[in-house]
Design a protein around this ligand. Structure first.
Ligand SMILES: *Cc1c(COP(=O)(O)O)cnc(C)c1O
Length: 389
């Protein structure tokens, strides 16, 4: 790859077996709403150890379905960390509810119990009707779920994990997605994520009623009679969507899920190597903090995000990114704080979140993908060292 192709910050890993699985789906009777959807959901439940998996068209739809399941509506408020992808906040707005942005730890970018407490006390002062908290395992690092759950219970809030970065991780001896602490976990199978189905997503939950509601709502809220005499009739009791994942996508998802352990292991070894090789650049560059709390058993690394002290370097982030781009290394910023997006600024005015601002200013995601070779990694380290030293 070196010298010829761009090194991306993340990319899919598709093999012959995946292609055969998709081809098999294309040759079957069902391109959508068929047996491969059910099969994928069963495999996903088995892998995450959750009772129910509802597959859907993407990670954003997964978040929306979880918000719909708890009946979010106008006047309700949900707490979300400002360092996340736009969709985490947007899903709340799809329901007409409001977003209360929460600060994050400036070193990990994660929502901490202390930050959550602060957001809740702010909400209480303003008499906001709080309903839920959506937390994010940013870059794959599990948040302090036990700590957050304790606070959510005290205030009667539903805890939802946006686990789009974290598939393959293990927290408190349970796979991410198990819903040991949360009401819902949401996943995305976009090509840059841990496994891909092209586009695709899923919600896991252990609550049967919520599972049923999401299953109905992802397909127009259309409930069919199941008797032989009136199989052609159906009923719509609430407003639904078309958020289905197709059999073609599920075939790819099932095939990819078989490889998740290898994917996670490969990324773990790349992260370890990065950490060793980048160590000499501290304190200008800080490698990611591995474990935010003692219950993290395994990190399903999605991104390798380092913190760079651009002030000390006397180089702007923009020129740092461009310098690497000139060397065919594509980096990315995860993320620009969502509370600073024009849409949210117009809606909520200016919000003071110093941890989020500091993290966003310093963070940069370096290439990390399963097909990355040691030589690629060494090349990235070499180019970064050239800029910093
Ligand atoms: C990718 C991602 C989403 C959205 O998933 P899509 O499948 O692209 O809709 C939501 N939240 C986080 C944290 C993500 O990384």
């Amino acid at each position: 790859m070196k010298g010829q192709k761009f090194l991306p910050y993340g990319i899919q890993d598709i093999d012959e077996e995946d292609i055969n699985a998709v081809s098999h789906a294309l040759n079957s009777d069902f391109l959508t709403t068929g047996p491969k959807v059910k099969k994928f959901e069963e495999h996903f439940s088995e892998f995450t150890n959750a009772k129910y998996t509802i597959s859907c068209s993407n990670g954003t739809a997964a978040l929306h379905l979880a918000c719909l399941a708890i009946g979010l509506k106008e006047g309700d408020w949900v707490i979300v960390p400002s360092i996340t992808f736009l969709a985490t906040a947007n899903a709340i707005r799809f329901c007409g509810a409001e977003v209360l942005f929460c600060d994050v730890d400036e070193k990990t970018g994660l929502m901490t119990p202390a930050a959550l407490k602060k957001a809740i006390s702010h909400a209480k002062k303003k008499n906001l009707v709080l309903k839920a908290v959506i937390t994010v395992h940013l870059t794959g690092k599990p948040v302090n779920l036990r700590g957050l759950k304790m606070i959510c219970d005290q205030h009667d809030l539903v805890l939802i994990s946006d686990s789009c970065h974290a598939l393959g991780g293990v927290y408190d001896r349970s796979p991410i997605g198990s819903c040991k602490y949360e009401g819902f976990n949401t996943f995305s199978f976009h090509p840059v994520k841990a496994i891909t189905s092209g586009e695709g997503g899923a919600v896991t939950t252990n609550n049967e009623k919520h599972a049923e509601k999401m299953r109905i709502m992802r397909s127009h809220s259309m409930e069919r009679a199941d008797s032989d005499n009136n199989w052609w009739t159906y009923k719509m009791d609430s407003l639904g969507y078309n958020y289905r994942m197709s059999d073609i996508q599920c075939a790819l998802g099932t095939s990819q899920l078989k490889k998740i352990d290898r994917f996670v292991t490969k990324k773990e070894s790349l992260v370890e190597l990065y950490n060793i090789k980048l160590k000499e650049l501290t304190p200008v560059l800080t490698t990611p903090v591995f474990r935010d709390n003692e219950l993290v058993d395994r990190v399903g690394w999605h991104l390798y995000s380092v913190l760079i002290d651009f002030n000390k370097l006397k180089i702007t982030k923009e020129s740092f990114i461009i310098k690497l781009m000139e060397k065919k290394i594509r980096t990315q910023v995860h993320y620009m704080p969502v509370h600073l997006q024009p849409y949210y600024k117009r809606r909520y005015g200016s919000v003071r979140l110093p941890g989020a601002n500091s993290y966003a200013y310093k963070t940069l995601s370096l290439p990390l993908f399963t097909k990355m070779e040691v030589a690629d990694l060494e090349y990235v380290v070499e180019q970064i060292t050239n800029i910093i030293k």
